[in-house]
Write a protein that binds this ligand. Sequence first.
Ligand code: AMP
Length: 443
Amino acid sequence: MTFADLNLIDPLLRALEMLAYQTPTPVQAQAIPAALAGRDLLAAAQTGTGKTAAFALPALQNPANEETSVGPGDVRVLVLVPTRELAEQVFNSFCDYGHFLPLRGLVAYGGVSIGPQLKYLRNGTDLLVATPGRLLDLYQQRAFHFDEVRTLVLDEADRMLDLGFARELDAVFAALRHPHQTLLFSATFSADIRSLAGRLLHAPLQIDASPRNTAVSSVKQSLVTVDKKRKTELFCHLLKKHRWEQVLYLSAPKGCRHLLETLEYQGFPADASHGDKPQHIRQRALDRFKQGEISILVATDVAARGLDIDELPLVVNFDLPSVAEDYVHRIGRTGRAGASGVALSLVCADEAPMLRAIEQLIQQTIRRSEERGFSPEHRVPQTAPEGQQSKPAKRPSSSAKTGRAAAHGAKKAANPGRSKARSGGKASAAGQRKAKKNPTDRH
Ligand code: AMP
């Protein structure tokens, strides 16, 4: 199958040719025709398998076919994502795919000045990629209205629909006109979220482009058991031993700060990205890491979802995430777009219940080892065989981001400057969601 077989318009096909995309990935092959036909979608596909193009291409084609241009305050395609960095990345993908289309577009997230975003939106836009907190701020300041939204996309939809973003999502669903098209995409969907999503969608096509809640098989997963207090020491030892060239190190916020100090003290080229840092510092750390200026990026789960770092070879989990699905997203930063990758977790005895929940979710036992000189005093118990396990832990939620920018025609034009803001959690469309905690990036 080729992209031309999917009935995409010529400007999109030219952009794909420019990007050297030759064949649609499975999620693209299934999602694009259905979305072009106006269907609602609930689409699950593994990390790094092309979900962005699967929703962006049809989302761009539909407004491109409109005969009238947007009026003041209009938004035709609204894309919501949980973090600022992901907003920036998804918007950039829209700019790439829409390079030959004369569409207006803006990315809006917190942590940067809202003024330019307000100004841009008041003139109307075909596309708005936003984090929920900033979206609501803009709406409350009457920068735009929802009357013309034809397509709503929730990327990382399970995170968007969990409790952290409840207030914002409820406001969006209440304000949207009917009918509109809703496209939900993620690599993980719990049964609860599937059922909630099902109630928000109209006769959705459910796509499962791969086994549910799994990382791609090209990610080689393993874990080293170690005592909690020796994790940083172990990581520094492994860094010296293996001379890793590029490693994304994911941790809870407290672990991030301590590790960065230690790495800097020991002379490793590292930087950090977490919710306590100003947005421009966060983005700069990520950009430096992507460009190879630093070899270690220490990050919280703000970097766990959706980020596409070209051929990232290694992800290290300093600790296991507090939600099993987040493990799948974390390790999915490597092994993307057909590349191979390694995911290593440093696991202590306290984390045995979460390890069990993760292994149940991914339905595999992660290969474990010990590092000589770091044998734990407190053993990590083996996960019980299938059928003897207790129920996995329930999930909290997370994240937020910010942004700005505009594309006119092929360009990222008007970037209304960056400022900061906030973002938020998720939640319970009309009170249907279950309460959970949101540990990440909200402010
Ligand atoms: P995503 O899962 O959308 O973040 O995409 C993961 C990576 O795959 C990105 O670097 C995309 O540019 C790339 N990609 C997506 N679709 C295709 C395709 N059909 N052919 C080649 N590369 C692709």
